[in-house]
Write a protein of this length. Structure first.
Length: 219
């Protein structure tokens, strides 16, 4: 099974616990799933949006380079933390990304045309919506450059998982051990879930073994 296939089976809480157990950073909260349904996972294509001059070359709308570079194994991750009220993603971009099979968008910044994304079932995670266009307000400053969402840096080809509990970013060099740790955590919690019943107090299940469950991962 591929790394992405394994990640798609793991929720963000298990992955967050795995990051904690390994002393790694990568959990982002506050970016809600505003369209689409279910968990998404893929390799990051990053887009930085803000005030300034776009890269040299023929004019092109923000996000289009990321879409053209992407496919079913990709998630587009956008930083628009300029302080300018302007969308960093919109309806036509959603159509273009859906046509390429891109898994979804994670945006730290305002998104517009969210009703269109909902109608198309395209997954977008963000903290805010707007009706204001990017045109004349912000520009794309770069594709596949380092960006920040929450307090986590994201680089091109990082692994990204998002669900209704949060967003997880994992560096490629760390992904194998994070996935393995998360899978062990899921197995242990499944055993605890089976043990909870009318004849066994929950305090007996969620006792010392649960409280110190992550300690062994740090060894």
């Amino acid at each position: 099974m591929t790394t992405l296939a394994r990640l798609r089976r793991l929720d963000c809480c298990a992955l967050s616990d795995a990051l904690d157990s390994l002393g790694l950073k990568g959990a982002v909260t506050g970016l809600r799933q505003e369209s689409g349904s279910g968990r998404i996972a893929g390799r990051a294509i990053t887009v930085k949006v803000g005030v300034g001059s776009p890269p040299p070359g023929p004019p092109r709308h923000l996000g289009t380079a990321a879409i053209e570079a992407g496919g079913p194994d990709n998630i587009i991750v956008i930083e628009q933390r300029s302080g300018i009220e302007a969308g960093c993603w919109g309806g036509l971009l959603t159509l273009g990304a859906k046509a390429r099979g891109i898994g979804g968008v994670v945006a730290d910044g305002p998104v517009r045309d969210i009703d269109e994304a909902r109608a198309h079932g395209f997954a977008i995670f963000t903290h805010r919506m707007t009706c204001l266009t990017a045109r004349g307000r912000v520009v794309e400053l770069g594709t596949n450059v380092p960006v920040t969402i929450g307090d986590v840096s994201v680089h091109a080809d990082d692994y990204v998982v998002a669900d209704n509990s949060g967003v997880i970013v994992i560096r490629a060099d760390d992904v194998q051990r994070v996935v393995e740790a998360a899978e062990r955590i899921v197995t242990r919690e499944a055993a605890m879930a089976r043990a909870i019943g009318p004849t066994k107090p929950i305090s007996a299940v969620l006792g010392g073994d649960y409280e110190h469950m992550l300690d062994g991962e740090k060894a």
